[in-house]
Design a protein around this ligand. Structure first.
Ligand code: XMP
Length: 510
């Protein structure tokens, strides 16, 4: 097992950001709810207590049991974590009388202290709390202050325990990484050897041990996660990995053939199954978005089930699940813990399939999946792909789905996406696509009046799809794409651009 840092989560919006910063320093860490601290062993190099929407003064606020941690392992409390370390051990935390939100500057920083060494006087830090530490317990020494906050940082003497009331993980704390690195490397003694290559090596060895000579089946989607999961499994078990790539008739133009080709080029044992007609038959006449999603999910499971029965000795199902899908979140409303449900994915597999699930990426954030993919030389075309929903164009055709509408939308989408690539805009956009609208409108082409379909173009910027803003694409670019679509795609005489943000809109229209 790799050495690791445990982050105990008290529900702060920044907890995942702490984890990402730790991992950017090539140090492995895990997030756990504050009341479910895992077994600590010789691999646990230190613990970080996150911030929280709670105040330590609330009767209902989290009260972690730190007996096995404080004074025994390196410990860093951030914001709420620091205030808990003060209030619970004889200090005093009160509501702040001044605003302690946003930027502040350190008026004092202990240059000799192992945690703050290398940070400069005047260093900008990011504060976000309604309480402040008024008094620290005996044996606590101040190591950083701002004009208004005396105990911005403290050390507990004769222990490797520290607290900071600012957030080193956010970008606005300009020297936050220095502090985190000091804690992780100089206090905890982490080796910074959790690299993409070491991850691949350790994961491959673990998968080999776990799977042995069994066979694994895995559904490929053409997206980043399933592709990277497949390549890792392939490295581990070679021909015993059986990949299935289903054409649901709702993919992008030429995608089935081109993605299948690139998978074969990567040496994967992949079977392409053209099941479009089954999907179209099940979708016939359906207009309700949820009914369409369910129909697509059902046929997918049927096809996948049928195909997996053809694989002898298949005992495992490989999945591209990633870390944000599995982190157990702490409810900020004070209720019991809830597991984050990622997005509305195309159903799970039914129990009767009796396959054990294997998820080689379940510990990684999305950008880490890409880095691992790069270290295994996976094609940039796959790694840099925009996300694409499981039900594909099925949720971008409003109303009923017909093969003719799919063909029209594929052409429109192809023009939009290839123009983004041509103009060097593709990588600036998080996700883009076209929507077939259920309306027709009047137009003129040559001397003739037309009464044809309208499409909408959507391009958004986002980090995780949970919130998104519409992309301010250049007018000249939009004009060019609109002309191309109307001139080249028969059946379309009107193009609109979606300028809604999420929330309150969503990225997809259905
Ligand atoms: P929304 O429309 O909810 O989309 O803002 C957020 C992200 O999720 C994708 N999405 C889906 N992905 N199955 C999927 O696998 C679905 O049913 C589904 N619906 C939305 C969407 O493309 C965007 O990236």
């Amino acid at each position: 097992m790799h050495e690791k840092i445990i982050i105990l989560d008290f529900g702060s919006q920044y907890t995942q950001l702490i984890a990402r910063r730790v991992r950017e320093l090539n140090i492995y860490c895990e997030i756990h709810p504050w009341n479910k601290c895992p077994e600590l062993n010789e691999n646990t190099k230190g613990v970080i207590l996150s911030g929280s929407p709670f105040s330590v003064r609330d009767a209902a606020s989290p009260k972690p049991d730190l007996t096995k941690i404080k004074g025994k392992l390196p410990l860093l409390g951030v914001c709420f974590g620091a205030q808990f370390l003060a209030s619970n051990f004889g200090g005093e935390v009160l509501p702040s009388t001044i605003r302690e939100y946003g930027r502040a500057n350190l008026s004092f920083v202990d240059q000799e202290n192992i945690l703050t060494k290398g940070m400069s006087e005047g260093s900008q830090v990011w504060m976000s709390h309604g309480d402040t530490i008024k008094n620290v317990p005996a044996g606590y020494k101040v190591i950083a202050s701002t004009k208004d906050v005396e105990f911005a940082g403290f050390e507990v003497e004769n222990e490797q325990t520290f607290g900071i009331q600012f957030h080193p993980e956010v970008y606005h704390s300009t020297e936050g990484t220095i502090l985190l690195k000091n804690f992780l490397v100089n206090v905890c003694g982490c080796a910074q050897d959790w690299t993409p290559d070491s991850f691949v090596e350790e994961t491959v060895a673990r998968l080999q041990e776990q799977i042995g000579d069994d066979s694994v089946i895995l559904g490929l989607s053409g997206g980043v996660d399933s592709s990277v999961a497949a390549v890792l499994l392939h490295k581990a078990i070679g021909k015993n990995l059986h990949c299935i790539f289903v054409d649901n008739g709702l993919l992008r133009k030429n995608e089935f053939v081109s993605v299948l080709e690139s998978y074969k080029g990567m040496g994967l044992n992949v079977k392409g199954v053209d099941a479009s007609s089954k999907f179209y038959a099940e979708l016939k006449g359906l207009t309700d978005p949820e009914a369409k999603r369910k129909a697509i999910g059902k046929v997918f499971i049927d096809v996948f089930d049928e195909e997996s029965k053809l694989v002898k000795d298949a005992k495992w199902l490989g999945q591209g699940t990633i870390y944000p899908d599995v982190i157990e979140s702490v409810s900020s409303s004070g209720g019991p813990s809830a597991t984050i449900k990622s997005h509305h994915n195309v159903g799970g597999l039914p129990d009767y399939m009796k396959l054990k699930v294997i998820e080689p990426l379940r510990l990684l954030f999305k950008d880490e999946v890409r880095r691992i993919g790069r270290s295994m030389n996976i094609d940039e075309n796959i790694l840099g792909r925009h996300p694409f929903p499981g039900p594909g164009l099925g949720i971008r055709i409003l109303g009923d789905i017909t093969p003719e509408k799919v063909a029209i939308l594929q052409d429109v989408d192809h023009i939009f996406i290839s123009s983004l690539k041509e103009d060097g805009l593709y990588d600036d956009v998080w996700q883009a696509g076209a929507i077939f609208l259920p309306i027709q409108s009047v137009g003129v082409m040559g001397d003739e009046r037309t009464y044809e379909n309208a499409v909408a173009l959507r391009a958004v910027s986002s980090t995780d799809g949970m919130t998104a803003d519409w992309c301010h694409l250049p007018y000249e670019f939009l004009a060019k794409v609109s002309n191309r679509i109307i001139n080249q795609v028969k059946g379309i005489n009107r193009v609109t651009y979606d300028i809604s943000s999420k929330p309150p809109a969503t990225i997809e229209w259905e």
